[in-house]
Structure formats: structure tokens, C-alpha cells
Design a binder for this molecule. Structure first.
Ligand SMILES: Cc1ncc(COP(=O)(O)O)c(C=O)c1O
Length: 380
């Protein structure tokens, strides 16, 4: 028999526990919900979603999305300020195309989401890291880099950051917005985890500032519904939207993903999306306490802060330990992690690792951490 053809981006070999993988599990991707929404969308006599779509995205979809976000974010979101993307990755790529040239300087948090760093590399951008602490990016470090490099934009993940789990405080957000005006750079706020909160409410989404031209909030259905939909949005000022909708990509291809948007509009209007987010939160919340207790019990030498939302624990290993080496050892016992250097634009952070509490269920997480303990203690 020929080997099966690849379907998934990441296919785990049997028995492997990948504690680093930041994907939702197949078991939480709501097939029935999408099936019934698709049936409703496809049984109407309106076939307009099979045509090239409006450049900004289907107006009815944006209206439904605006209502959903207004409730979830706790402030009024206007459909005019929303632009449909095929996900945050696509939004970042498009913004780089339109607002940068090869060789431009941009700033990112250190650490940052490693695959965004790849998108910036595709655009030949020069990346300058900004130091972070428990409260997110350090404003003094940013200010110093702004003066020195005059970056085109700052890419930040201001809430439940990937990989650190940290959230930028209100005070720093206010200062960041001021600086964006003073130094005339764009803030690309990747808020993929804004609605996945397990304890307390985070500060308001940067979408609340879409009356300021420098502020761009990026959102996605990948972590609140399903990544295979390839659907997301940008919330921003009308002038930025104007630039997006007049781009060559949109001019030629029309609005992004009109077919999927028509189905997801049904998911939103039926209340299913809100119910799905609630269910995800109820599923993920206890995992945070679980990982916390497992780490205390089995890996007492590591330190970390307990995240209040999102997907990740960012774990600091003893200073002399290299997480890439730990990863190699762990592979022998069929465990994987993501090593810190992946998230560094400077090849630093070697004694950190990212653990995700979403992909595997409780028993596997425990088994994975026990195996990791063996690797750290040199028993394998
Ligand atoms: C911070 C961050 N941004 C963006 C993405 C990818 O988003 P999308 O699937 O919408 O392209 C991820 C996925 O892991 C992420 O963690």
C-alpha cells in the first residue's frame, strides 16, 4: 500500500507526546457545528459568495463579526473598521508587503512568535529586539531603539503572548500608543489569544484604538474555532483599510475567503461561536493548574509565571541548561518541546522552553512531563 498522503502540517508519529506544539487538538475542532452552518449557508438561494467578493470582506460577515467582537471585547466594534484576512499570518504578510520595503527596520519583542519572524525574514526586514519582563515589552528599551533605528513598525503580541504567556499592562499600552504617534511607526498587535482568558480579564484589545491611524489589531478564528478555515481579520483605521483594499492582491482576487466567510457568518449569528469559545475556556482552564502542579512536583529546578490565558507556559531552565539539547534527549523518549532560541531574533534564550497545554489531554501531559523529568535528571 502506498504511504498516506500528507494532510496535516504537523503529523505526530505514534506514541509521541509533543508538549511544544501550539495547535488545537483534532478533538476540539467542531465538525458538526461547521457542517450545520455550511448546510444553512448552502441551502439558501443566494449564490453570491461564489463570486469574487467585496475587497474589504463580505459586509454581512463583517457585521456579524463586529457584533461578536463588541460583546467579547467589551466595546463597540464597527464593521467599517474590519477587514477580512485568511488569518493573522496572511494579515502580517500583507501589511509587510504594503508598508515596508526590503531592508527596513522593525521591532519585535524578545521573545516573539517564531513563525512571524519567518514572515519578516521573507520580506527581508531587519529585526531589532525589544526587551520584555513580566509586564510585557519594556518601554525604556523600546524608546531607546526608536530613537536609534526609527523602525517602520513594532510587532507585538500584547496578550497571553506566544511564547511567554505575558500580557502588556495598561500603563505600558498607553505609553506605547503615545510613542507610536511621536515616532510615527505602526503598532501591529497580534491578538490571537485575546478571547482565551482563564482568570480575569486582560486590558482592552488594541482594536479599541482604531481611531488612531498607527494602530492595527490582528485577530483570527484559528484558536477560537479552527485553523483550517484560514479566516481572520484586521481591525484598524479607515485609512489603513483603504490601503489594504486597494492593494494589487485584493484588486485582482477580490475579498479574501468569501465562501468560508459566508459559512462562519452562520456560526456567529447562531451563537455557536460564542458557545465554542466558552467551551474551549472551560476545557483549557484546568490544564493551567495541572501543568503548574506537575512542574512543581517533577521539575522543581525550573521557574515560570502561571499564564492567565492563551496556550503556553514559558519555562526557565537552570542557567547552564540548553533547551535545544534537552529537546534532543527528549526525542529519544518520544517527547518534544520547543526550545527558547526558536523565539529569539538573537539566537538567545537558550535556557527556556515553551510548553503548550492545549494539544494533549491531561494524562498525556502528565506522562510527557514525567518523561521530561527523566531527561533533565540525565536518566535517559
Ligand atoms: C501569536 C500567534 N500569531 C499568529 C498565529 C497564526 O495565526 P493564523 O492561523 O491566524 O495565521 C499563531 C499561531 O500559533 C500565534 O500563536
Amino acid at each position: 500500500m502506498p504511504p498516506p498522503l500528507p494532510i496535516l502540517q504537523t503529523q505526530l508519529a505514534p506514541g509521541v507526546i509533543d508538549l511544544g506544539l501550539g495547535n488545537p487538538p483534532l478533538s476540539l475542532l467542531p465538525l458538526e457545528m461547521i457542517r450545520s452552518a455550511a448546510q444553512r449557508a448552502l441551502s439558501q438561494n443566494d449564490n453570491s459568495f461564489l463570486q469574487y467578493g467585496a475587497e474589504q470582506g463580505d459586509g454581512y460577515f463583517r457585521l456579524a463579526l463586529a457584533e461578536f467582537l463588541s460583546k467579547g471585547y467589551g466595546f463597540q466594534v464597527a464593521p467599517e473598521n474590519l477587514f477580512t484576512t485568511t488569518g493573522i499570518s496572511n494579515g502580517l504578510d500583507l501589511l509587510c508587503t504594503l508598508f515596508t520595503e526590503a531592508g527596513d527596520t522593525i521591532c519585535v519583542e524578545e521573545p516573539s512568535y517564531f513563525l512571524a519572524l519567518k514572515i519578516f525574514a521573507d520580506h527581508r526586514l531587519r529585526v531589532v529586539p525589544i526587551e520584555t519582563d513580566e509586564e510585557g515589552l519594556i518601554i525604556e528599551s523600546l524608546e531607546e531603539k526608536l530613537t536609534r533605528y526609527r523602525p517602520r513598525f513594532l510587532y507585538t503580541i500584547p496578550v497571553h503572548q506566544n511564547p511567554s504567556g505575558r500580557t502588556l499592562t495598561e500603563t505600558r499600552r498607553a505609553r506605547l500608543i503615545e510613542l507610536s504617534r511621536q515616532f510615527d511607526f505602526l503598532v501591529l498587535a497580534d491578538e490571537v489569544y485575546q478571547l482565551l482568558n482563564y482568570s480575569g480579564e486582560p486590558p482592552k484589545s488594541f482594536g479599541a484604538y482604531s481611531y488612531i491611524e498607527n494602530i492595527i489589531s490582528l485577530g483570527s478564528f484559528s484558536k477560537i474555532l479552527a485553523p483550517g478555515l484560514r479566516l481572520g481579520w484586521i481591525q484598524t483605521h479607515a485609512n489603513i483599510i483603504k490601503r489594504l483594499v486597494t492593494s494589487g492582491l485584493l484588486d485582482s482576487g477580490g475579498g479574501l475567503n468569501p465562501f468560508t466567510s459566508a459559512i462562519i457568518r452562520e456560526v456567529i449569528e447562531s451563537g455557536d461561536l460564542e458557545r465554542n469559545v466558552d467551551e474551549l475556556i472551560e476545557t483549557y482552564r484546568p490544564r493551567v493548574a495541572l501543568i503548574d502542579s506537575l512542574l512543581r512536583e517533577h521539575l522543581p529546578a525550573v521557574t515560570y509565571s502561571v499564564p492567565r490565558g492563551g496556550y503556553f507556559f514559558w519555562v526557565r531552565l537552570p542557567e547552564e541548561m540548553d533547551a535545544a539539547e534537552l529537546r534532543n534527549k527528549a526525542k529519544v523518549v518520544k517527547v518534544d518541546i520547543r526550545h527558547g532560541a526558536l523565539f529569539s531574533s538573537q539566537n538567545g534564550l537558550k535556557n527556556y522552553m515553551r510548553l503548550c497545554f492545549v494539544f494533549h489531554e491531561e494524562k498525556e501531559i502528565e506522562e510527557g512531563i514525567v518523561r521530561l523529568k527523566g531527561c533533565m535528571e540525565g536518566n535517559f
